[in-house]
Design a protein around this ligand. Sequence first.
Ligand code: PEP
Ligand code: MG
Length: 538
Amino acid sequence: MIKGIAASKGYAIGTIYLHEEVEVKITAELAKDVTEEKGKLQKAVEKSKAQIAKIKEKTIETMGEEKAEVFEAHLTLLDDPEFTGAMDLEIENNSSNAMKAVDDVMNTFVTIFESMDDEYMRERAADIKDVSKRIIANIAGTSVGGFDIEEENTIVVAHDLTPSDTAQLDRSKVIAFLTNIGGRTSHSAIMARTLEIPAVVGLKDITTQVKTGDKVIVDGIEGIVILNPDEATVASYLEKKKGYEAEREELKKLIEVKTTTSAGKRIEVCGNIGKPEDVEQVLANGGDGIGLFRTEFLYMDRDDMPTEEEQYKAYKYVLEKMGEKPVVIRTLDIGGDKKLSYLPMPEEMNPFLGYRAIRLCLDRPEIFKVQLRGLLRASVYGNLKVMFPMISSLEEYNKAMDIVEECKKELKAEGKNYSEEIEWGIMVEIPAAAVNADELAKHVDFFSIGTNDLIQYTLAADRMSEKVSYLYNPMHPAVLKLIKMTIEGAHSQGKWCGMCGEMAGDEEAIPALLEYGLDEFSMSATSILPAKKKILEF
Ligand code: PEP
Ligand code: MG
């Protein structure tokens, strides 16, 4: 049994196809004729463009526009003078042969991308390799990628699969794949999830342990691979596979179902998102709305604050995609474990108890107002609800609302529209807010319980610390009491109460939360259908 990273759920039992890359030998031989060498490069770049355009078309057909975007990025790269121009210069200045020029430039770019802090950017090094290898293969006149797969139930094993490799996989034959490298955000993993085939990545040296024709079991749930299994193991996995598939099919029936308890209470099951494009998955899984948009992600992985215009566009996009469905957007929750490279923060002994979230926003209204103006302007495009994180007292909520009023006045004076229908709420994630919920409920439109923080503050058990994780218990009676108080506090004033912490998608906790009268549950998209099932059974 080999353990890797579970990249795409499901089970597969099949025969291995070991995908070996044809090694093109790159020499240091100097170009005899620089112009001729540049011509070779130019031709190979053009050929690569044509090939990628074709793959892009095929991907649009089989997987949709969004998944084809990566190939658009590849085409942009091929048109980028900084990239292909650097290859030209390499030939011109150093008399490199065309293949060596591409290889050198590729290595420089890959080193830069791989050293970036951001995981997403690091993964993009794979795109640069993908494009460069294609150019090199075209100069050498060898073929790139290409899968010669005849057999059904094939499991592809490769060192890595490039996005174009993945797009070429024939789903009628390939039922899973395994790679030496890669993580959950690598393109091949993303595509496996879209293709809905199981995949295990990061298996280190799986390519050296197997050969074409070997039998294998892939467990995309646990991230496990079993080579040449015995009959009993195969039989047990066939059972698991049957059970999993039946369950998934069954769950799909719930996509359109509006969730009500057996007592007849309508319960909203919504999705949590970090980026605007995440709405797609929430909708595909039958989400009733967005229960938490963690806007701090708009501020991350960049060198400066997102402008009002950028934020307005992001919020408008989500609101329009969701139509009439509710969209709860949380204002900036930075601090604690979430830091911005361009916003220096004071060193604190206990950052989770320090300068973060609403505390920072009230202290820096010039930052807060940019977001509030973006939100207000976007509000005319859908059903917007805004909430403030880390509220511990009414004063903080009132101060935040004073700034909202200021922004409204400014917009009015500028002749810019906003909706008067926005609901304004708070996250209940500090025990003080839970205890005082009945008072706070007189002033706000709604609550959303942030259990990720509420649990750590109630039990004094840092959510980031493995050492005290045994104390971090959602079902601790004190936590449950606070949740109950919060829901009852909201209801006593005729307000609604949701939950957007991880606990909302915890199947074990759902019955208790329903018992207490929780109105809305918000969770990661993939938990929506299992949660709907649990609620319908209640
Ligand atoms: C929470 O604290 O429960 C929550 C949803 O917010 P975050 O995890 O972003 O702190
Ligand atoms: Mg929180």
